[in-house]
Design a binder for this molecule. Structure first.
Ligand SMILES: Cc1cc2nc3c(=O)[nH]c(=O)nc-3n(C[C@H](O)[C@H](O)[C@H](O)COP(=O)(O)OP(=O)(O)OC[C@H]3O[C@@H](n4cnc5c(N)ncnc54)[C@H](O)[C@@H]3O)c2cc1C
Length: 401
């Protein structure tokens, strides 16, 4: 059986960036498994825009060469803010072709401990040994489906992540549940596709990110003050953004404060470009789904306040709940050994779990390193930290700049 130094599970922004960093080390054999950028290509709707700003949309590269600008000049593709999903996927695939051309698309189906470290089994039956395993497998398995919809067939109430194309909903009554970006952007796309859409959200108001007032304020603040208040990582409100851009500091804060910052930075919010697109879509606030039942081929929804709605489809923009036990490829004894809190692994420096040599990047690292870890801009910190832990080396160039 072949043995390598590091197996990376996942070829999204985190897995690719980690591979790019580790491969700067001579003699370190790194294998990467996964379908490149598949979450972005299969679980997000066509027509979507990224909410993160330009600098925060760059996948970390220790040499600073694989930037959005370099991608544009290499391919001739032109786009500005907000970055369209299609362009970001092409950027990610271009990054992969430059940095990790030998990504192995086979799925990892089982990871167990082995005297050499870990044994990694692939979907076609092949297995290999690795001294370390880096899990960068994303959040697709963590889609949250509220219990009220347990008895509703999957085809009548779907999570927002299962849709690429909303054209099949033309003329249908669709209720969107949720007040965050996924719910609101799906509602806009459904409306534009010709569906009759309504949104229900528990919140008392929709938080519009960088609303028009704050945009004007931004201009008045001037570049220097703006840069003092907002880190280029683009996660969190003024000043808090600078703190969240420093995960080593965040992890030393009292737990209650960390939780508070996380809730504040990732509270449901919509991007300002949706305001105009949603002006004809009814949005019901302070409104929760109390129950859902089947009514012929439709779904009857009871809302708090007593309203009853009959709809053809319910779209659940209800987000994700991290629970690493849903990574079905982890052998039970390995999972048992991972210290966890609320479904998140508790990680130390190098994003290493309580199982030596097992690292988890991306959203599972949020509990230990803060909300930056669930965004592309967190790939800079995660990859550098991983490189440092594995090799003791630091590559200074990989900073969001
Ligand atoms: C609707 C929506 C909009 C978003 N917009 C933004 C945004 O604007 N900006 C931003 O920074 N973030 C955004 N995010 C968050 C975004 O998902 C993360 O920033 C990013 O995907 C994290 O990258 P990742 O590499 O951790 O995971 P992913 O991109 O999900 O990659 C996971 C990889 O793991 C692979 N994989 C999974 N299981 C296995 C297995 N068993 N074997 C082999 N490979 C496997 C997959 O094929 C894939 O290659 C958005 C999320 C959603 C849902």
């Amino acid at each position: 059986m072949t043995t390598c130094d590091v197996v990376i599970i996942g070829a999204g922004p985190y897995g690719l960036s980690a591979a790019r960093h580790l491969r700067t080390v001579k003699g370190l054999e790194v294998r990467v498994f996964g379908d490149p950028m598949s979450f972005w290509g299969q679980n997000m709707p066509v027509g979507m825009f990224l909410r993160s700003n330009w600098t925060a949309t760059q996948i970390a590269d220790p040499e600073g060469k694989l930037t959005l600008e370099a991608f544009q000049s290499a391919t001739g593709r032109r786009f500005t803010l907000p970055v369209p999903l299609g362009d970001f996927i092409h950027y990610g695939l271009w990054y992969q072709s430059q940095a990790v051309p030998d990504v192995d698309r086979r799925k990892v189906v089982h990871v167990e401990t082995d005297p050499a470290g870990f044994r990694v089994h692939l979907a076609d039956g092949e297995a290999l040994c690795a001294r370390r395993v880096v899990i960068a497998a994303g959040i697709s398995l963590f889609a949250r489906r509220p219990v009220e919809f347990d008895h509703i067939p999957a085809e009548l109430a779907t999570h927002s992540s299962v849709h690429r194309d909303f054209s099949k909903f033309v003329g249908k009554r669709v209720l969107v549940v949720g007040g965050g970006q996924s719910a609101l952007e799906s509602a806009a796309l459904l409306h534009e596709a010709g569906a009759e859409v309504e949104v229900v959200a528990k919140a008392s108001r929709i938080h519009w990110l960088q609303g028009f007032v704050s945009k004007a304020l931004h201009h008045r603040l001037g570049k220097v003050v703006r840069n003092l208040l907002y880190a280029p990582t683009d996660v969190g409100p003024a000043a808090v953004s600078q703190l969240l851009a420093r995960p080593d500091l965040v992890r030393r804060l009292p737990r209650a404060l960390q939780d508070k910052l996380r809730r504040r930075a990732t509270r449901p919010a919509g991007a300002r470009w949706l305001v105009e697109r949603l002006k004809d879509v009814p949005i019901h606030l302070r409104c929760a789904v109390v129950s859902a039942s089947l009514a012929g081929e439709q779904v009857q929804i009871k809302l708090s306040g007593g309203t009853v709605n009959l709809v053809d489809h319910v779209l659940l923009g209800t987000g994700y709940k991290i629970d690493v036990s849903k990574y079905g490829f982890l052998a039970p004894e390995l999972l048992e050994s991972i210290r966890r809190a609320n479904g998140f692994p508790i990680l130390k420096a190098g994003l290493e779990s309580s199982v030596p040599g097992l690292h988890l990047l991306g959203a599972p690292a949020v509990w230990s390193f803060g909300p930056l870890m669930q965004f592309v801009s967190g790939s800079h910190y995660a990859s550098r930290s991983l490189l440092r832990a594995i090799t003791g080396r630091e590559h200074g160039a990989s900073q969001v700049s």
